[in-house]
Design a protein around this ligand. Structure first.
Ligand SMILES: O=C(O)c1cccc(O)c1O
Ligand SMILES: [Fe+2]
Length: 280
């Protein structure tokens, strides 16, 4: 069993780092942590980085998850290899680029590139962004899935994810008390479907709605409220078509042992209890 503790970071390729930087700082509200060679590191909370853009193909997308220690990483590697997944052991240089002690890389059954990391760095100074978006931290990712049942099985049976709720066959899965850290959404190919940051209040969500509209950032869904996690949300489009979500008030699962996933119908009202409909 692979015990995921939390999501750690997202790594995104972009052919235009300048635009990515402008969006991440002036629109999304992240803090530049470090400029590397053709790499930009961003902070959103007390971690040293939670997002890294590197110059390259926008199809290069990776999600990093934290595991407990080196022993857990070894178990993860052998578990994956036994199941036929090719596992890449991160080199010291690659680990340094990720600000982690060690990591492995592999592809999930859909083909999403996943990294498992040990001892991701924190930062001493607190997160301080130039735009006051009210971000309190990087919280979850939506992952594309070409086969929801197969991929839910991978994340819950090979890994320790637990289903908190389902909308149709879409699963919202937790790896700790937070309602979900991974959402699996149907898509024809691999990719990150959205990247979620939590904000401090509903005011932040609505304030950003006006702010992003003014900046001509395409709003793709919301403001709204998810009946599943209870979170108030706003989705908008960033560089290379990547969708970002702000949300506040994501619930926690009080009793991990006794919680049973709730089933919601695959319909708009299951995504927004206020009646918002996705754009397009
Ligand atoms: O927060 C949620 O419950 C949620 C539901 C559907 C899709 C999402 O991205 C979510 O964050
Ligand atoms: Fe989400």
């Amino acid at each position: 069993m692979i015990y995921l503790k939390d999501v750690s970071y997202v790594r995104l390729g972009s052919p235009d780092l300048e635009s990515a930087e402008a969006f991440a700082t002036a629109c999304l509200g992240l803090q530049i942590a470090e400029r590397g060679k053709k790499k930009l590191y961003f902070r959103s909370d007390d971690r040293a980085h939670t997002l890294c853009y590197s110059e390259g193909d926008a199809g290069n997308q990776t999600v990093g998850f934290e595991v407990e220690d080196d022993a857990s990483l070894q178990v993860a590697a052998s578990t994956l290899e036994a199941l036929g997944h090719a596992v890449h052991a991160g080199t010291a240089e690659e680990a340094e680029q990720r600000k982690v002690k060690a990591f492995i890389g592999f592809y999930d059954p859909t083909g999403n590139h996943i990294e498992l990391v040990v001892r991701p760095e924190r930062s001493g100074p607190r997160y301080f962004a130039s735009r006051d978006a009210g971000i309190t931290g990087f919280s979850h990712v939506g992952l594309n899935s070409t086969n929801l049942l197969r991929d839910e099985r991978f994340w819950t049976q090979v890994c320790n994810a637990r289903v908190s709720d389902r909308i149709g066959d879409i699963s919202l899965m937790r790896v700790n008390a937070i309602h979900h850290t991974i959402a699996l959404l149907p898509a024809p190919n691999a990719g990150i479907q959205h990247i979620n940051h939590q904000v401090g209040s509903s005011d932040d969500v609505l304030r950003s709605h006006y702010f992003l509209n003014e900046k001509r950032v395409p709003i793709v869904f919301g403001p709204g409220r998810h009946p599943t996690s209870g979170a108030r949300f706003l989705y908008f489009k960033g560089p290379d078509g990547m969708v970002f979500e702000y949300s506040v008030g994501v619930g926690e699962i009080e009793n991990d042992e006794t919680h049973r996933p709730r089933q919601f119908g695959f319909e708009p009202a299951s995504f927004c209890m206020w009646g918002a409909k996705p754009a397009g």
